[in-house]
Each structure stands twice: as C-alpha cells, then as structure tokens.
Design a protein around this ligand. Structure first.
Ligand SMILES: CC(C)(COP(=O)(O)OP(=O)(O)OC[C@H]1O[C@@H](n2cnc3c(N)ncnc32)[C@H](O)[C@@H]1OP(=O)(O)O)[C@@H](O)C(=O)NCCC(=O)NCCS
Length: 148
C-alpha cells in the first residue's frame, strides 16, 4: 500500500488516531489544507481505503487528490468509482476549475485509474521527490472543468 507513497507501512494506530483528530469538520479544508475521506461500502460500511483532497493554496478553485485502497479492495473498480465520485463532487458542488494528482512514475495501477476517470497525463518530473532513500520521478495528471 505504501510502496510508492512517502509514508511507512509501520504507521500505527496512534498515528491514525492523531490523523483522524486533526481532520477539518467541514466538507473541505481551508486553502492549503488536506482532508482524508474514507472509502466505504455504501450498505455494509466496510472500510476500503481513503481519498485525500488538498485545496491548493496559490491558485483558486484548484484541488489535488490522492487515493489508497487496502490490498483486499484492489482490482474491483472501487477506486475508480470513489475517485469518480470525488471528481463529480469537486466539479459539480465545490466549484473546481482544475483537479490534479501526482504519482511515482512506476506506479502503474494508479496511472491506469487516473486515466480511467478522465485525467490527462501532463507532466513527467525527473527526480522530483526524495523519499524512502531514493529519488522518485513524478507523473502529473489533471482534468479541467471544461474537459468533462
Ligand atoms: C492506486 C490504487 C488505489 C489502484 O487500485 P485498483 O484496484 O487498481 O483500482 P480500482 O479500484 O479502480 O480497480 C480497477 C482495477 O480493477 C479491475 N476490475 C475488476 N473488476 C472490476 C469492476 N467490476 N469494475 C471496474 N474495474 C474492475 C479493473 O480492470 C482494474 O484493473 P487494471 O488496472 O489491472 O485494468 C491501488 O493500487 C493502491 O491503493 N495503491 C497503493 C496506494 C498508492 O500507491 N496510491 C497512489 C498514490 S498517488
């Protein structure tokens, strides 16, 4: 789950409790902030993963998203459905102009997911991020309100 992400899989329950306690109570955080949304089964409420939304500070109506699914929830289309729902919310209700996502260029599953929901591959930044002892090349994806 954490292979292509900056956090470690040793992330513990106390870390999780602190993260939950730090979440904004509004639907979206203030500019510059992040919110983690749970991905759950609508009926059973089983927890599948999360989607993070970042309200970009230096441009209006611009959001960054990230998605993680538990291994047992992968390969079933759950991520695509959840990210699609978040994009609909951001464009149709939150007034988004542009939504972006960044991932390690070796992370093929997330690249397929982002393309499936209609995001364009628009950047390839060599050695743009250093984590877990190595440089990571970042691919950027984006979709504009007028492209939907
Ligand atoms: C990124 C991540 C969420 C993608 O998960 P995923 O399971 O591939 O994505 P989805 O839930 O949308 O499932 C789509 C896959 O299920 C398959 N699938 C099976 N049944 C399906 C169904 N009924 N409907 C839709 N897709 C289905 C699709 O073919 C697709 O597989 P493919 O990409 O091999 O073609 C997952 O790999 C992950 O959590 N990775 C670790 C965290 C991470 O790296 N996040 C990115 C940080 S930027």
């Amino acid at each position: 789950m954490a292979r292509w992400q900056s956090w470690e899989s040793s992330y513990c329950e106390v870390d999780a409790a602190l993260l939950i306690a730090s979440q904004p109570s509004s639907d979206l955080p203030d500019r510059g902030g992040w919110i983690q949304l749970a991905i759950r089964h609508a009926a059973t409420r089983d927890l599948y993963g999360d989607i993070a939304i970042h309200v970009i500070d230096d441009q209006p109506d611009t959001f960054e998203i990230g998605v993680t699914l538990a291994p047992a929830a992968q390969g079933r289309g759950i991520g695509t459905e959840a990210v699609g729902g978040v994009l609909s919310y951001l464009f149709d209700e939150a007034g988004a102009h542009r939504v972006v996502a960044f991932c390690d260029a070796r992370n093929e599953p997330v690249a397929r997911l982002l393309r499936r929901v209609g995001m364009r591959h628009e950047s390839h930044q060599l050695d743009a991020d250093f984590f877990k002892g190595e440089w990571s090349t970042l691919d950027g994806y984006a979709v504009l309100e007028r492209e939907r």
